[in-house]
Design a protein around this ligand. Sequence first.
Ligand code: SAM
Length: 209
Amino acid sequence: MSILSWLTAKYYDKIMQDAETKGLKEWRTQLLRHATGTVLEIGAGTGSNLECYPQTIKKLVLLEPSPHMRQQLTLKLSANNAYPIELLDGKAESIPFPDATFDAIVCTLVLCSVKNMGKALSELHRVLAPEGKLIFIEHVAAAKHTTRFKWQKMVEPVWKRMASGCHVTRQTEAALVQAGFMIEDIARQSMRGVPSLVRPTIRGIAIKC
Ligand SMILES: C[S@@+](CC[C@H](N)C(=O)[O-])C[C@H]1O[C@@H](n2cnc3c(N)ncnc32)[C@H](O)[C@@H]1O
């Protein structure tokens, strides 16, 4: 693991602080209210979503491939939760659970970083129960033919190296539909408190159909 990955994990919460206070935390809280039953969160990072889960969920499984992120997340785990929490090393492209295990999956600011988005989405679809919810917040490509999109395409190769494999031109909404999800609710909005390249976002709920 590189020093960059260690630094990213150590300072992730600080880096995101401005975005969280300018609206991201509110987005997390509003969306995670819809999590029910047995829940999987992929790319859980430092655990920014932990405080947003309703106490009524049955179980929470957190999947996170970076040991540095897992280390930061562990510091936030409390023994006093109303539901059990399991933290596992793993990637979205290969989820170590049988088909239809989860009632809901949470995925926030992760699909930009997975190596193979098609494979990751097909795994999310596989482990979700029929009509289960995929709750997402993702930064995405700007509208085609805009200056921002041209910049995103130009800067992406360098950005990916600096930001742990993060892509800025992903067409995530189309990929969700292609993977067999029905978009039940979606908001397209600019995320405040982050560089211009990663401001365009989508957030909402997609249903396994
Ligand atoms: C930008 S952080 C987002 C963390 C957290 N989800 C949040 O909302 O703040 C991206 C996270 O995705 C994780 N990640 C990268 N590739 C992944 C993959 N293939 N499967 C699952 N998680 C991955 C990274 O280790 C990192 O913790």
